[in-house]
Design a protein around this ligand. Sequence first.
Ligand SMILES: [Zn+2]
Length: 351
Amino acid sequence: MTESGIYPSTALKLASNDESPIRVVYVMGAGRSGSTVLDTILNNHEDVIGVGELVHLFIEGSAQKENCSCGEARDTCEIWHSVREHWSELTGISSITEHERLMTKFTRVQRLAIPEWHRLRPGNSDPDFAECLRQTQATYQAIADATGKRVIIESSKNPLRAKLLCLTPGLDVRMVHMVRDVRGVVWSRMKPFAKSKEGGVPGDMKPKPIHLATGYWMFMNFLSEQVRRAFPDQPSTRIHYENFVTSPDQTLTEIGKTAGLDYSRVAQRLAAGDAMAPGHLYAGNRVRTAGPITLRSDMEWMKRLTPGQQRLTWLLAGHQLRQYGYHRRPSDSNTGNVNDPQPAESIVNAA
Ligand SMILES: [Zn+2]
């Protein structure tokens, strides 16, 4: 039993064979696509715990930069304090430095993610790989024990982490690939933000050049598709930000099919204008620190990006945008549902 006493002492072990796998609903794609808002809303299902960008929990310097959405620091939030302590008991490791090294080796997206993609493969005999899987499994076991929930919603977004989770024993992974019109992502990344730990901004954020922001969007969405293709037996779906903010009930139904959860009550609450509690999301968009949220459409890019900037993003990413069902000239600027994306594409198999 830890000093916080949240989880039962009988659970101080990794998942035993007679326990069902821990289900992880993993939201991936490009940052600024609305994943933190989605995570917040999904967190309002009574059977789940939303954890935000979990990967930051094990980064040593993160405690100085990030707060939990409950307002507490990483080491004083009762959930994350308990999870970190329990993780150490499960793994026998007191420092997170080694876990951070393994996460960098296997999931940090660099050099087009080619080395990491090949390291993340079944049968990799590198002892680091087995250790990485063991520590990853312990992470989710610690969360399940600390919260009593066996369905975890994570929005770390990094597709390589989704691949790691699919290879981790004891996890039942469901993937949600979230796509937003690149012009909305680019506009969001062009805006500067000053560092504010309480405001959910971990460091000064300088405006990104359009071509780099567009290239980032293209690559992260491409990589998300590759992970879905690599694991066709894992339930997964692709959803669109624009559909989510205008018809959240349909998107929640789609995610519910993939996740094996009934989201109709949450959809009813959203339709009634209820505020959604953020719970204990760690890291992620600054919106998580603003208290309970209501869903609203953000199509600011349509007014703020110049015609030249819009042409450039379309020139670079138009081919990929068309595949996702987006149009060069949005047809209906009043509803926000401007792009008429294709119906969500799903792969839902019995798990
Ligand atoms: Zn918290």
